[in-house]
Design a protein around this ligand. Structure first.
Ligand code: IMP
Ligand code: MG
Length: 173
């Protein structure tokens, strides 16, 4: 039987989301913002984050991307499973991610979105690993995570499952 050790309660997640919402509201004060929720992992975080952002002009778009396969390590290959429905040219764009691990997915995303000529392109992630946090430029980070910890819940999955947990836990197979 798999064992899940809670590391972030629903209440703690709410606190992090609240803080990120404030940071983002300040950073984009008086501007139009397009949030891009990277599916599937960020759907729950993006839904809560959007409600924590206090700006008048916010658009929410979804971009499906798969990079992990069913393994615990990044496959290194990214595939778009659902493309953006509307243009983002000239818009301030904020990518909303669940977790940034090796940074492969993010690098791919930044390159494919830059081609669409946004006015600005920044990144908000709920979780980032110690290693990636230093390597890649991430603008808004919820919490930095150890390198060997595999987490599930609050949108994060193991083989497509456990996204429905209201908390985030370390997964021990
Ligand atoms: P990267 O391309 O190596 O940065 O991997 C990022 C993607 O890997 C994330 O969007 C997740 O889908 C997945 N991922 C990385 N670490 C975890 C984890 O601990 N739990 C669940 N998914 C993870
Ligand atoms: Mg993901």
């Amino acid at each position: 039987m798999a064992h899940i050790e809670p590391i972030l309660s629903a209440h703690e997640i709410a606190g992090i989301v609240e803080r990120l919402g404030k940071e983002i509201s300040q950073a984009y004060a008086g501007k139009r913002l397009v949030l891009i929720s990277v599916l599937n992992g960020s759907f729950m975080f993006a839904a809560d984050l959007a409600r924590a952002i206090d700006l008048e002009h916010v658009r929410i778009e979804f971009l499906g991307i798969s990079s992990y396969g069913d393994e615990y390590k990044s496959s290194g290959v990214c595939e778009v499973t659902k493309d953006l429905a509307k243009p983002i040219e000239d818009e301030h764009v904020l990518i909303v991610e669940d977790i940034i691990d090796s940074g492969t997915t993010l690098t791919y995303l930044l390159e494919m979105l830059a081609v669409k000529k946004p006015r600005s392109l920044k990144v908000c992630t709920l979780l980032a690993r110690v290693s990636t946090h230093l390597r890649v430029g991430i603008d808004f980070v919820g919490k930095v995570l150890g390198n060997d910890v595999f987490v599930v819940g609050y949108g994060l999955d193991n083989k497509g499952l456990l996204r429905n947990l209201a908390y985030i836990g370390e997964y021990h197979p």
